[in-house]
Design a protein around this ligand. Structure first.
Ligand code: RIB
Ligand code: CA
Length: 315
């Protein structure tokens, strides 16, 4: 059983990742912190509370609202045609009676890391602002967690905000630079693999046909929320009845890293030069066997296996 904390900007793909995590028997979600990105952090929190209710996970999952802006105070959220007015494809899920914890998200991350004594895996599916703030409060944090798995970045694939930058890294590039250089055991799951992995209408047909009674609501929600996401992929990528799989892939890899192949890199993020903001910078001189602080960048993934596993938890 892997014990994870999810830090999300709960949009459509984040919500599928969260439902997966709450349903998988191999994962225990110790908490969720939220961040601006696909919507405001407050909206992301509300989405998480509703998703927890929908999941029927059977245990309590604390949710804490985090950063509403970048480390430098900028507020930028995704255009509504990607994730909808409410971040989850304009689907209205039943309200939850659960309230978010009234505490600072960075403090919550630090507290959980200490409580779990080296067992915690942090999975980020949005900007790295909350994690950078946690590091600023506790620079020893990398020694206290097992691993960080981050959906973000692009090495060879084109970016999705600028030609060189992916949204989660671009969205708070300075925070990403702080996290990349902090010395975490980090896995980066970026567009090089997430834009080669697809959810299709056929996968949804199968999920609906085989889902358990407990997961029927979750699967119906996924189908409904993906309508807008499929449309966004049709308009921007010419893809028909399908979408990339960004955030769920990070969760799948956090659960089982053997789904991917990795290249070890020492990396930082450009945050000063506007044209290159969010671009990952690598130092090719370092020697992985001698040096530390490198990041495992996922360069290949078994996409078929990943998608099978993604939907199998709802059976
Ligand atoms: O670039 C893809 C990422 O940006 C995903 O995490 C998506 O949810 C958005 O935040
Ligand atoms: Ca996200």
């Amino acid at each position: 059983m892997r014990r994870i904390l999810i830090d999300a900007d709960t949009g459509i793909d984040d919500s599928i990742a969260i439902l997966y995590a709450l349903t998988s028997p191999n994962l225990r979600v110790e908490g969720i912190t939220t961040c601006f990105g696909n919507s405001s952090a407050a909206q992301s929190t509300d989405n998480c509370l509703r998703l927890i209710r929908l999941s029927n996970c059977g245990y309590e999952v604390p949710v804490v609202t985090g950063a509403e802006h970048t480390l430098d105070g900028a507020i930028e959220t995704a255009p509504v045609h990607i994730h909808g007015e409410n971040g989850i494809g304009n689907v209205i899920l039943p309200e939850s009676s659960q309230k978010p914890l009234d505490m600072d998200a960075a403090d919550f991350i630090i507290r959980k890391a200490e409580e779990l004594d080296g067992e915690l895996i942090i999975v980020t599916t949005g900007r790295l602002t909350n994690l950078a703030e946690a590091l600023q409060k506790d620079p020893a944090l990398p020694k206290k967690v097992k691993r960080v798995v981050t959906m973000g970045g692009c090495m060879e694939a084109p970016g999705n905000v600028t030609p060189v930058a992916e949204a989660n890294i671009y969205g708070d590039a300075r925070a990403a630079d702080i996290v990349f250089r902090a010395g975490f055991h980090m896995i980066l799951v970026g567009l090089d693999v997430t834009a080669k992995t697809f959810i299709t209408e056929k996968d949804l047909d199968g999920a609906e046909r085989y889902c358990s009674e407990k997961s029927r609501g979750a699967v119906a929600y996924i189908r409904e929320a993906l309508k807008l996401y499929f449309e966004f992929h049709r308009l921007t990528q010419g893809m028909v009845h399908r979408s990339f799989v960004h955030d769920p892939l990070a969760l799948l890899i956090a659960e089982d890293a053997s789904l991917g192949e990795y290249k070890m890199l020492r990396a930082g993020v450009e945050y000063q030069a506007p044209a290159f903001r969010g671009m990952i910078l690598t130092d090719n001189r370092f020697q992985s066997e001698l040096d530390h602080d490198e990041i495992a960048v996922c360069v290949r993934v078994d996409s078929d296996k990943a998608i099978r596993r993604l939907f199998s938890v709802f059976h």
